[in-house]
Design a protein around this ligand. Sequence first.
Ligand code: OGA
Ligand code: ZN
Ligand code: ZN
Length: 418
Amino acid sequence: MVASSARVQAHSFIEKRFGMALTPDFDTYPIDFTISAATAERGAVHVTWSDGRVSRFHNIWLRDNCPCVQCVHQVTKEQTFELVTVSPDIHPVAVAVAADGSLLVRWSDGDHASEFHTGWLRSNCYSAEARAERVVQRTTWDSTTLSEPPTFDGPAVLSDDAALYEWLVALRTYGATRLRNVPCTDEAITHVIGRIGIARDTNFGLFWDVRSEPNPVTNANTALPLPPHVDLPTREYQPGLQFLHCIENQAIGGDSILVDGFRVAELMREQYPSEYHTLTRTPFDWANSAKVTDYRWRSPIIVTDASGAVTEMRVGNWLRAPLDLPFEQVEEAYDAYRRLFEMTYREDLQLRSRFEPGDLVAFDNRRTLHARSEFTDAGGPRHLRGGYTERDDLQSRIRMLERAMRERRVALGNSTLG
Ligand code: OGA
Ligand code: ZN
Ligand code: ZN
């Protein structure tokens, strides 16, 4: 099970190497720390880094992540190695650090040897400390901590990657942002979403117009107030990101309201634990009343993951089907639902503003609830244009921008990779 030679110095397999160690993907890994020692002990390779940190990589984890040409297809960068082809107690027979700093391992199974790129290895360390550093920070807010959504210049975001990155990180952190000076055209929203990813088509179309219409297909296309909601709670997969672009607004009223659903959930958990619990457990029925489609979904309002963290909110008062619950759960469900709505109407939880032409509000549609107050277009028309994309499109774009930054850093020689 355990390599007998605890620490193996330069082996003949080091000499056979040529070039830098491969990495198993298309990313770039600056080398900010070097390996000062590597030893095989108790089922893992212990790596001590130049800053004193120790990483422990299980033998099977290292074998599974071998980036060599036999284990990873070098064009697709997808794995070809299959775990079942090696013994579960595979272990190193030799471990060493190469002159370029890579970790070298020769395995007990067959005649396989792996070389791990130092920068890649460090960035995949799974010590508690390293994993904590990788957690993406999200900041919940209310109107006492945030006076307006973080606001950025639309034309800058459309043309400059540094401005784009700043906006996208704010969108991920706060789940609500605003762009200003976006050209007041029907196409502008396609360009904004195109900076992130692929627009999400839905039963309301790829892009949709919000204005008061004589024959509305949804309350959104009336002048009625819209209570705090997420769009499309009626769909199995509610859009992850929503964009509302104001092209024209001469209406009286029609204020825009944003509420951080994660903050509401946080406060409910503290102040009304029993109602909170009900909303995380009780399925509500969501339905879109439409002539030509019949989308419905059943889900609790507050969705949590295995650790209990809130991952999404599913709320839309006018998009509910009748509750379908055992008789004895109905009153409890209504009480919890009422409590939630009372909270979403609290002034200290609502960010209120008026859409000016050129404003584009972008928010996490599964986190941030949005609402509008009643309006009249006696003063002139109010026209918003909306669209969606997904949370993972946002994350991919942020990672690609960060990858480009790492590439630049390495090209400029700001790491020992040179
Ligand atoms: C919608 C919506 C907000 C507004 O169309 O779903 O929430 O300000 N519109 O009109
Ligand atoms: Zn391999
Ligand atoms: Zn909406």
